[in-house]
Design a protein around this ligand. Structure first.
Ligand code: ATP
Length: 323
């Protein structure tokens, strides 16, 4: 293998740049040519290729977003789109790919391999931490820290006014961000898609807090919770529990941005290097992750289909400590 390409795809996540840097530098260390593909699969179809060297990735390890841009490509979902992408890669002499993204990006990579045979290694880059085959995805730790910083500020104002705050965090299908940030901020309750939400129980909990003169309460709600999100659950609670003034904050896209934490930078560096090493060793069609601090490979098929289970012990911990 003489030449590889790296690209970011799907939702961006802090730490993607640190990963691009690791891929480019490891490739150059091994005397491989490396190009960046701009806007993921979309750039593959339009042949938007950027030759890169070690200095192309200087001074990016600390930056959020992705210097290669990301996109969601409709055309890549078609046979014709993928054929065009393959032709462009062949014309550019590209023999291997590193895709940094989430399960959609890996689904695309798997289909592309089956049709056109480009060896591809996936690196999990998504704030949601919802991929099977790695303890943490790149961007997850940063997103949690962003939530914690914001909720600490909300707690100050909640406390000053005896308020009950419902804070909605990202997580359409998974409650990982909600759970870890909720424990970190000492939330009174954490509502996640993985468990059913009972309004009666929630109100009972708030009532107990009120009886022991708690001056404020924070409820963390994952956007995909079955209660319907922070606004809906706040309405339901407000109708039956009027001791506090009730407020809702939806954190939204601030959770995607910002400088990656040290943990995300290290993870991104490890996985980026491992992805290039894997291509050189002849591996393909796999996601590289870190399990119990060791590099581990999971076939795309499995990484996509299997669910990363939420930690029930942490859910229980949150429940016990919020009494
Ligand atoms: P995130 O988890 O942050 O949303 P993701 O990688 O899951 O990231 P998607 O938008 O689902 O993001 O997928 C990224 C791109 O991968 C899509 O825009 C599309 O180009 C490609 N892709 C996804 N699914 C398929 C598929 N079934 N066939 C071909 N390409 C696909």
């Amino acid at each position: 293998m003489k030449k590889i390409a790296v690209f970011t795809s799907g939702g961006d996540a802090p730490g993607m740049n640190a990963c691009i840097r690791a891929v480019v530098r490891t490739a150059r260390y091994n005397e491989l040519e490396v190009v960046g593909i701009i806007r993921g699969y979309e750039g593959m179809i339009t042949a938007d290729f950027l030759p890169m060297n070690s200095s192309s990735v200087s001074n990016i390890i600390q930056r959020g977003g992705t210097i290669l841009k990301s996109a969601r490509s409709k055309e890549f979902r078609t046979l014709e789109g993928r054929a065009k992408a393959a032709e462009n890669l062949r014309n550019a002499g590209i023999e291997g790919l590193v895709v940094i993204g989430g399960d959609g990006s890996f689904t695309g990579a798997k289909i592309f391999y089956e049709e056109h045979g480009f060896p591809t290694i996936g690196v999990p880059g998504t704030i949601d931490n919802d991929l099977f085959g790695t303890d943490n995805t790149i961007g997850y730790d940063t997103a949690i820290n962003t939530v914690v910083e914001a909720v600490d500020k909300i707690r100050d104002t909640a406390d000053a006014h005896d308020r009950l705050f419902f804070v909605e965090v990202m997580g359409r299908d998974a409650g990982f961000i909600a759970l870890r940030s909720g424990i970190s901020v000492g939330a009174e309750a954490i509502l996640v898609p993985e468990t059913e939400t009972y309004i009666d129980q929630l109100i009972e909990k708030l009532r107990k807090g009120w009886e022991r003169q708690k001056s404020s309460s924070i409820i963390i709600v994952a956007e995909g919770d079955d209660s319907g999100g922070a606004y809906e659950v706040a309405e339901k609670v407000k109708a039956r529990f009027k001791h506090y003034e009730t407020k809702v904050t939806v954190l939204g896209h601030v959770q995607r941005g910002g400088s990656p934490t040290a943990a995300d930078r290290v993870l991104a560096s490890q996985l980026g290097k491992a992805a290039v090493d894997a291509l050189l060793a002849g591996r393909k069609n796999e996601m590289v992750g870190l399990i119990n601090r060791k590099i581990a490979f999971t076939p795309f098929e499995k990484a996509i289909k299997h669910n990363h289970q939420i930690n029930r012990e942490l859910l229980n911990l949150a429940d016990v400590l919020s009494m």
